[in-house]
Design a protein around this ligand. Sequence first.
Ligand SMILES: [Cu+2]
Length: 316
Amino acid sequence: MRIGRQRRSLGWLAGVTGAVAAALLVTNHAAAQTFEKTTPWVPRGFSTFSGDIDALFNWILLITCATGIGVFAFLIYFLIKYRYRPGRQAKFTHGSSKLELVWTIIPTLILAITAAVSQATWGKIKSIDAMPDPATDPNVIEVRVVARQFGWIFWYPGKDGKFGHRSKSLVPDGAQQPDDLIGLDREGDPAAKDDVLLNQLFVPVKRKILLHVTSVDVIHSFYIPSMRVKQDTMPGLWTPVWFEATKQSREVVGVTTQQFLFGDRPDPRPFDVVCAELCGLGHYGMRADLYVVTEEEYNTYIGTLMEEQAAADDGF
Ligand SMILES: [Cu+2]
């Protein structure tokens, strides 16, 4: 009789948990639809793999929400059921092997499915095979990203396609200029002469962009929310990360009234680049802009900068 009542209560709890989780799933989906997103929790994604990441995000969110609701429902149930009552005696139990099996097998299955699903997405983005290779694919654009307290330097290789040499010994005390901050050897290495250093990232739409990220001081995290790209930047290590934007930033974020960048048309507004690792007092302001532009605009703008840099009189 008592067991029967307990089972019914547990059945109820499981039912309520399932219903709340299902309601969450529907609400999540509806909110996403309303804002034309694949998940309502982060900005809209515009890289080739953002949909995969969001699907994974939604799946993990559903599981963790259902688990959280279930755990709290049980907690409240036990709090009420076993509250203090005069004369009630504690009962010793050896536990239940059946119950232990159930709560071991179910999470194992959930974790195994999550691992299998995320492995497929991970492999598509992070595996060696998935990494774009500029040596075999000339369409890949390679840019280096250097993080520092508190800003970003985007380093383009120049017309020769080669990144110049850099040395710690070329970094003066209190360095402020990008060249100094990364210790670029403009005078000693011909490959460095035409390298272009910017504090904004320009890339053409629908091209594979291979970034190598590093830091000159502490650990930062290079994050482009709209591209679903996030990578820790480690001092002394170049870490590859890539993305391919599916839309120009002007199509998504619009344009400004200025005509500074491309002369004949209004400047696009950029996507955000931020630091996602608490890295010091100025962390909040450690951001940059990502302009995703047409192939032609990219070639004109970056090409001009590279030529200007190559022709620049270095003054020595
Ligand atoms: Cu940072």
